[in-house]
Write a protein that binds this ligand. Sequence first.
Ligand code: FAD
Length: 542
Amino acid sequence: AAGARTIVLEAADAPRSPPEASAPRGAVVWFRQDLRLDDNQAFRAAVRAANRRGGEVLCLFVWSPDEEGNDEGASWAPGEASRVWLHHSLDALDRDIRRRYGGGGIRFAAGEHASAVAAAAADVNATAVFASARYEPAHVEGDARTRRALAEGGIELITLPGHLLFDRDKIRIDMERERYFFGTLMPFVHAAEKFGGEPGAPSPAPPTAPIAHDGSGGAGGVSTLASLGLIPPSDAARDWSAGLRAEWDMSESGASEAWAQFKRMGLAGYEATHGRCDLTHKSSTSLLSPYLRFGQLSPRRVYSELRDARFGTAVDGVEGRRLSRTFWHRLYRREFAYWQLGVFPQLAVTSWRSHYESRGDWRWPERDPAAAEDLRRWQKGETGFPVVDAGMRRLIRTGWMHQTERMLAATFLVDYLHIHWSHGARWFHDYLVDADLAINSMMWQNAGKSGLDQWDVFAGGLAPDGSARTHDPNGETIAQYVPELAGLPPGHLRHRPWEASAKTLANAGVTIGDTYPARIVPDVDAARARMLTGVLEVRARE
Ligand code: FAD
């Protein structure tokens, strides 16, 4: 099922004993995490198939929480922030389809994938359903199941590339030789380019499309978007999703605008400033992650424009990939994450280097109330370490964190609180608008030192005590997200309020232990030493 690229579209698309040979035959496009019209190969194929036979295209979305993931298993269903994003991005796509093509927009269905898809196919007399391939373990298995069930009714599920640049199943690595050295990116870059196929040029949205009119009528568990229940009810006591809506334009045009803005304003400076999270956060990094996650921006569009020497006057015709090698390589790192998930489907739940599960320094919140309380304080941004708290509060408020903040927060949970990385991964999964099973799991494994890559345990550059504060020297993000410290003078005292004099604290209205929490880890050096002992002890077993 994962080998989506092996499907030959033309052959699959060929006529085959239709239920009513004379009736116009339509096609279904099943949107999942490819919520765009630009460079959407599945949408284009559906339009082509329907045009050829004078039929209509039925645009479908199916919400089936049980099939989206398996909380006990290796894939998780979309978290809270992802569901909010899904709701609003589907709403925008539905409107875009109606505005651009007419017809009935998207049919929203709730219930089992196979029956909702089969009902949609019957309604437009389709024998072909087109979708962009998905790569999470639950989705790979689910698509294989749905494909078999549909085939029994003479309907073919045709999955096409679109979420990734390269064919991850063709990328060959000698894992024995590369074992534990492969975590560095470059061997993967070379292997992807050698074996993964050429991503190809992006194609624009079709100018016209015969979209079916019965978007939200008919059989098969058909619902409205609102009734899918993706967003909290508006009267919910804690409607934090308002913060997400305020922060993001969750539409495809929001994605194009973010990309255009980054090309204009961010890319040329990315190499120098991508580690900073204090710069007006619209420019130090691209903010493309949720759009790539939900497929509102085609990675192939980004890739091809970065390669294009006619990149634009703003950057003097220099190829984007040469403007910033680091940004270019971020795209490969995303592919690398999906490749890792393919090789090791348990990536989200258990250590790749399995002996790291038994690290002596782990604390388990499931059975240790003190660890559970520390985890809670980390989640809420109440650790008493301003850089950690600023990142964690930004996460809840906006659904996003800068990569440096993510690394600081992850390091703090794992190296200083000694809480197993999977607890952090799970929290991020629920609250990130870009929550991506592959990337999130890969990065948390790295934080736990148990992934293919390992963050350097000796470097100490991610200390929570503000000793390495180059990413935000004045503590601007601290002032923004930990407002109770905003009265402290810009600079190191915002990072280390415990070093401020009684007078400075009083002037800023800060009482440590009252208006702002006391440090959850009083002795950071001892905590790091404990982590080092735990890691070195398991390393000795390698
Ligand atoms: P930019 O720096 O502009 O990067 C451009 C794009 O490259 C990103 O949108 C993303 O698609 C990709 N990218 C960037 N960094 C990485 C990386 N380290 N690995 C793989 N792809 C990358 N990113 C997610 O998209 N989803 C996650 O769930 C996620 N979880 C993370 C968890 C931890 C503990 C850490 C340390 C990082 C995580 N990241 C995750 C990676 C990274 O932090 C975000 O992609 C980035 O901060 C998003 O902001 P941006 O789009 O402005 O990034």
